[in-house]
Design a protein around this ligand. Structure first.
Ligand SMILES: [Cu+2]
Length: 429
């Protein structure tokens, strides 16, 4: 075989393997992961992997969500480009610090965010979905409705190709379709101008954001394999503080977390490094515990979770009803056969005398969620005795102590209704 022919063959193979990145005639699809299910530690990654993907006009970006229980959106458009042009540099400068940024920085941040509706209304007595952000909406110009009860109209919910000029281009809540089934597809218009387009999650805020880089039609782009490798590298970097926090979590004795004294068993855990890494640690620590009949078990809640026994079939915490209305499942968030939760027990622990927490799971002004609060007083919620059978759930809470006594011997699996990978067992002897 001639050297030239061999070279051609090798070249041809390489081209096939890389999906022939330079063939401008064939439209390509590139996959971006939304969130990530880690195989060692139950967790949520508030990020898109890779954070930037390069494509050409006419290509497709497939957003594929791994379900950790956290609802997400992909929200883009010129309104988002403008917001990110202000907020992005602030996150770059202040985002890695657990310290609160200066007042004027927070004001600038909030002003930039103001025109964009958020998916969840954390001010409501229980979590409520804003339909103007939770439902899909594609606008050539103008802003989505300001009223959280008003979704964009039916015509505005029909998804066109993304041309980079639309003012608002929002997936809304990416519906739950099984562990890896949640998808949002963005077909890029043939006439989209080369440039960098920003998107973010309108539930978790601009700390969870990414970009789509569009290059000229005749420029080469990285293959899907390369995109996947980049995603993997970013996941590993983000996972490092998460794994370290899990490793360092107390299995016995007591430990301080943001000034709160926590004693295992724990429902959730975190560290400063991990919080700024935009991950949640969704573990019961230790996962398996043993008690005697009648002996109380008291969980310390760190972050927003539930302790739930006798759980019926899995249901997602956010669902889309037949008419398109997006709702937060009250069964996931409310106490079931369990006492009411103390005021302001939702979300991360808050300092004494602060305003009632208006956010769970690090939303709006993620800076606030990432700020280590002063020493709070965890409130004890005593749910009394549990007979080993009926559905009982603490409700979504953070910064509480939750106590149960078991009346019958047995091995009881339990779970967090918000985070499906967050499970444990109590063995009662
Ligand atoms: Cu949880």
């Amino acid at each position: 075989m001639s050297r030239r022919l061999l070279w051609l063959l090798v070249g041809g193979c390489a081209c096939l393997a890389a999906a022939c990145g330079t063939d401008a005639s064939a439209a390509q699809t590139r996959r971006v992961l939304v969130d990530y299910v880690h195989d060692e530690v139950a967790s949520s990654f508030l990020a898109y992997f890779p954070s930037d993907v390069t494509v050409r006009p006419g290509d497709t970006v497939l957003f594929q969500q791994e379900w950790t229980g956290e609802p997400h959106s992909v929200t883009m458009g010129t309104m988002v480009d403008e917001m990110m042009s202000v907020v992005g540099p602030l996150i770059e400068e202040y985002g890695d610090s657990p310290e609160e940024p200066p007042e004027d920085v927070l004001a600038t941040y909030e002003e930039a965010m103001a025109p964009l509706p958020e998916m969840l209304d954390f001010g409501a007595s229980f979590l409520q979905v804003n339909q103007n952000a939770g439902q899909p909406c594609y606008l050539d110009s103008g802003a989505p409705p300001e009223d959280g009860d008003t979704p964009c109209d039916d015509a505005q919910q029909e998804q066109p190709p993304f041309d980079g000029r639309q003012s608002y281009y929002n997936s809304g809540f990416i519906p739950y379709e099984g562990p890896q089934g949640n998808e949002f597809t963005v077909q890029l218009a043939d006439d989209i101008a080369p440039g960098i387009y920003s998107y973010y999650c309108n539930l978790h805020g601009p700390f969870q954001s990414g970009t789509i880089t569009v290059v000229d039609p005749d420029e080469p782009i990285p293959s899907q394999d390369e995109v996947a490798r980049q995603a993997r590298a970013e996941i590993e970097e983000q996972a490092a503080p998460l794994l370290a926090a899990f490793e360092a979590a107390p299995r016995e004795g007591t430990a301080e977390v943001f000034g709160m004294t926590a004693e295992p068993p724990l429902a959730g855990w975190t560290s400063e490094e991990q919080m700024v890494s935009q991950t949640f640690l969704n573990e019961f620590i230790p996962r398996d515990i043993e008690v005697r009949v009648g002996e109380p078990v008291t969980w310390t809640f760190v972050g927003g979770h539930t302790v739930s026994f006798g759980v019926p079939e899995y249901f997602a915490q956010v669902v889309v009803e037949d008419d398109g209305t997006v709702v937060f499942s009250e069964d996931a968030s409310r106490p079931v056969n369990s006492p009411p939760l103390p005021e302001g027990s939702l979300g991360p622990p808050e300092p004494e005398g602060s305003e009632a927490p208006e956010e769970a799971e690090g939303n709006e002004g993620s800076e606030e969620a990432q700020e280590p609060p002063g020493p709070p007083e965890p409130v004890l919620v005593d749910a009394g005795e549990w007979d080993g059978e009926q559905f009982i759930s603490s409700g979504l809470a953070g910064g509480i102590l939750y106590r149960l006594r078991f009346t019958k011997p047995g091995t009881y699996p339990y779970a967090c209704l918000i985070h499906p990978q967050m499970v444990g067992t109590v063995e009662v002897r």
